[in-house]
Write a new protein. Structure first.
Length: 281
């Protein structure tokens, strides 16, 4: 009996922890909410004879991630990007290292550092495909590639050209093509913002700061430009908000608290009954 009650307390505590994490990240750009799924535990095989199956409590089955898109918010900053549809930004979290460390994210709050690299607030460099530029003509949008065939480069925009022309501004179109305009009226192209798509995006492993790494469950990513098959369009001057519905999460928290309190009262009753029986012995 006590083991069944303890299993109920454990699943309620897990549900509360997952819900609390969702609420804590309700305002985190690109955050994807999670939900805890639970299953019944039986003392014997219920498929053998369902009538004699004895319940032995519950346990956490899986914490599933909801990859649905969050609301889009306009920022007015060209380097703030969002993906309208499927896919993740590709980031090099170890710039300058011999072996790049690629992570994936839906949070597109990017900016330019002193060297012209397009980076996150932590310094991870945004990746591009189709050539890093500067090129005088727009490169063709590359087809999706996966595994060792997926070649990316750090997105670096020159602030000054060899002739002395200085950067005046940049644009990023729905396919992710980065175009920079200079003081001599020339336009240079720096490739397409890379978009990664996974066979099972829910299988990505979270590592914090709205970043993920590939896992055996997620599969090998296909890398392409925006607008390619299974890749959403790139929206410039836009940030994707979290997909957390605060009202729904508060309702889930109340439900989990009631479950926890109910099991706590059952535990107290079981202890009191055991104590009374012990006193009579």
């Amino acid at each position: 009996m006590l083991s069944i009650i303890m299993s109920g307390l454990n699943v309620a505590q897990k549900d509360l922890a997952v819900t609390a994490n969702n609420l804590a990240n309700a305002n985190t750009a690109g955050y994807k909410k999670s939900s805890a799924n639970f299953v019944d535990v039986f003392a014997n095989d219920p498929s053998a004879n369902p009538k004699t199956a004895i319940g032995a409590g519950a346990m956490t089955d899986i914490v599933a991630r909801d990859t649905s898109q969050g609301a889009m918010s306009s920022t007015g900053r060209v380097t703030d990007l969002a993906i309208a549809g499927q896919g993740y930004f590709v980031l090099n979290a170890a710039p300058g290292a011999d072996n790049p460390n690629f992570v994936f994210s839906r949070a597109g709050s990017f900016g330019m550092d002193s060297e012209g690299f397009l980076v996150t607030s932590s310094g991870a460099r945004v990746q591009v495909v189709g050539g890093a530029g500067p090129a005088d003509e727009a490169p063709e949008s590359p087809a999706s590639a996966s595994g060792s065939e997926a070649q990316t480069d750090d997105a670096q925009i020159k602030t000054t050209l060899e002739g002395g022309a200085t950067l005046q501004g940049i644009t990023i179109n729905p396919k992710g093509l980065i175009a920079a305009t200079y003081s001599d009226n020339s336009v240079k192209y720096y490739g397409y913002v890379a978009v990664a798509n996974f066979p099972n995006a829910s299988g990505l492993k979270p590592i914090g700061n709205s970043n993920f790494v590939a896992s055996g469950d997620s599969g090998v990513p296909g890398i392409s430009a925006g607008g390619a098959p299974n890749a959403g369009d790139i929206m410039s001057a836009t940030i994707e908000q979290s997909n957390v519905d605060i009202t729904q999460e508060l309702m889930k928290m109340l439900r989990a608290q009631q479950l926890y309190n109910g099991n706590a009262r059952m535990l107290q009753t079981a202890v009191e009954v055991s104590s009374r029986l012990t006193d009579k012995i």
